[in-house]
Design a protein around this ligand. Sequence first.
Ligand code: SIN
Length: 280
Amino acid sequence: MRNSRFEIRPSSPTVGAEILGVDLAQPLSAEETGELRAALNEYGVIFFRDQELSPEQHIAFAERFAPINVNRFFRSVADHPQIAEVRKEPAQTTNIGGGWHTDHSYDRAPALGSILLAREVPEHGGDTMFASMHHAYEALSDGLKRTLEGLRAVHSSRHVFGAAARYARDTAGRIGNAELATQDAVHSVVIRHPETGRKTLYVNAAFTLRFEGWTDEESKPLLDYLYAHAAQPQFQTRFQWRKGSIAFWDNRATWHFAINDYHGERRLMHRITLEGVPLS
Ligand code: SIN
């Protein structure tokens, strides 16, 4: 981005940028908000350091971009239902988000993105990886792109957050409301990003079940191919957290993966998720 009032340092050739020279505890002007939104659209995820925001400041920052989506499955921060906790205690072995996914693809209007603020981080590990679904799409052959253009896929939360799912059994109260995991949604496999118009691959291993009109068995080989393709390192960046770091990602443009390599230590993050729009 040219002539930005912030310093923007791309994290990789395909995804992510660190934004320097901004204090998110201060109210953002319309121009500053516009520049951060443009950076989010360009890089898919933007990172900030040393932002020890209060819950109220975190909420105020998020509300500059879109209304807040109150997550129905995650435990929230006391007195702040808008902020979900992403927590792993020293005795726990499973983490939240430990596989490639994009949040809320099971919703009919999937969330725009999330703003994750690190409250407590392990001494080593606990990084988050992000992958660009614009670049993953663009690197496909023209033939496969043409095939995918005609397809839609079914997404669901049932097998992740429902009563029979792993999360419902073993996350010690971090996830709840299994009875609300009832909604399925169908989205185009290649969406046009609602703000940039760029074509983006929109399937993910956590929530996508099958192509619409195909069986699970028929869908699996092509979905597995797309997941392996999109998870290649050239589409990725990896963010090393410090207390007070923030990652603000666009769910329509990226996947993310929270690495679970810090058993015996606590990691506590506060996540605000932003309302999105139906995708096409
Ligand atoms: C998430 O999947 O929203 C959590 C990501 C993280 O904890 O790094």
